[in-house]
Design a protein around this ligand. Structure first.
Ligand code: PMV
Length: 326
């Protein structure tokens, strides 16, 4: 039986992909930079089956969370497999089984990790069946993954990924093994999907100049991180997610993911920063949850934040492993 089991991590963008060039298979209107979340993973098992139709089923394993994919979600996932099969010239049919190692009821997007995992699983399987000279090239795989879900193209590289046009690439940044907190403010399904958000933001008057603002921040953030200027990095990352959320709020029609809970968490983060003049990089995706990334030497403050937010919210906290490599 031809079978492969592969996993891929999620990622959090610090400079956001928001807005795509129409008809290009998810090419972005600006470059983005992300940190790979090794603790949040999707597992995909691909099995060759008889018959002419691909199928999707949840992957059932004691250590993994069972996913429920909507009919539309299943079709989008299988369409990506279809595209990959076409690229490799594969005619066989497959059963795709997938699951996450993080709870599906916490409002954490899994499209990046799931599309990256499907791309990697297909590449492994198809290279056995019909090897292609480019079949193990990470840049090609990143480009293919992008066509399924934009942000997934960054999940192929760790710990930092830079995505500028067709594919993502690894980026060398001194800070690694960051500690990660997600304050789960809202765990229900989003009303506006990120695909819809990408379209709607172009109607905002603030979209004029948005690609330029994001590109400038990207350049400044890389420089700040490379110079170990954490204060500057934190300010850029904050301005960036606020810029994205203002686009949502000024779109026609306007929409918002910010809840009173998100605002409370952000206020507390500001308060802690003012008090200690230090703290995590804070960011939000197209959702209400708040992500925080702490440097390896900020372990104490990681614990303080975790305990503080645990009083009012569900908190997911992941320790980065101490980095001994200098
Ligand atoms: O890949 P998509 O279409 O789900 O878009 C993701 C968009 C954001 O998560 C909001 C930002 C990003 O760069 O990941």
């Amino acid at each position: 039986m031809n079978q492969v089991l592969v996993s891929a991590p999620s990622n959090i963008a610090l400079i956001k992909y928001m807005g795509k060039i129409e008809g290009t298979g998810n090419k972005p209107t600006n470059g983005s930079l992300s940190y790979t979340l090794e603790n949040l993973k999707t597992f995909v098992r691909l099995t060759e089956i008889a018959g002419s139709e691909d199928q999707w089923k949840p992957l059932v394993r004691d250590d993994l969370e069972k996913i429920e994919l909507s009919e539309k979600g299943q079709q989008r996932f299988l369409k990506h497999l279809q595209n990959l099969k076409q690229k490799w010239g594969i005619n066989q049919s497959f059963l795709v089984e997938s699951a996450n190692n993080f709870p599906s009821d916490c409002g954490l997007a899994s499209s990046a990790s799931s599309f990256a995992a499907l791309t990697l699983a297909a590449a492994e399987m198809f290279q056995k069946l019909h090897p292609q000279p480019w079949g193990a090239d990470k840049k090609v795989l990143s480009e293919l993954s992008r066509q399924g879900s934009g942000s997934s193209c960054r999940s192929l590289f760790s710990p930092w990924a830079l995505w500028q046009a067709e594919y993502a690439e690894p980026m060398s940044i001194p800070q690694t093994h960051l500690h990660h907190i997600v304050v789960v403010v809202e765990d229900s399904k989003k009303e506006v999907s990120s695909s819809e958000a990408h379209k709607l933001v172009t109607t905002s008057p603030r979209f004029t100049g948005r690609p330029e603002r994001a590109e400038l921040r990207l350049k400044d953030l890389v420089q700040a991180l490379c110079w170990n200027d954490w204060h500057m990095a934190r300010q850029i990352v904050w301005d960036e997610f606020m810029d994205m959320h203002r686009l949502f709020e000024t779109s026609v029609p306007a929409f918002s993911y910010m809840t009173s809970g998100s605002k409370k968490v952000l206020e507390d983060c500001q308060g802690f920063w003012s008090k200690w003049q230090d703290g995590p990089l804070v960011t939000m995706d197209a959702g209400a949850n708040v992500h925080m990334l702490f440097r390896n030497d900020q372990k104490k403050s990681f614990e303080t934040y975790r305990e503080h937010f645990k009083k009012d919210f569900k908190v997911l906290a992941f320790e980065g492993v101490k980095d001994n490599v200098h």
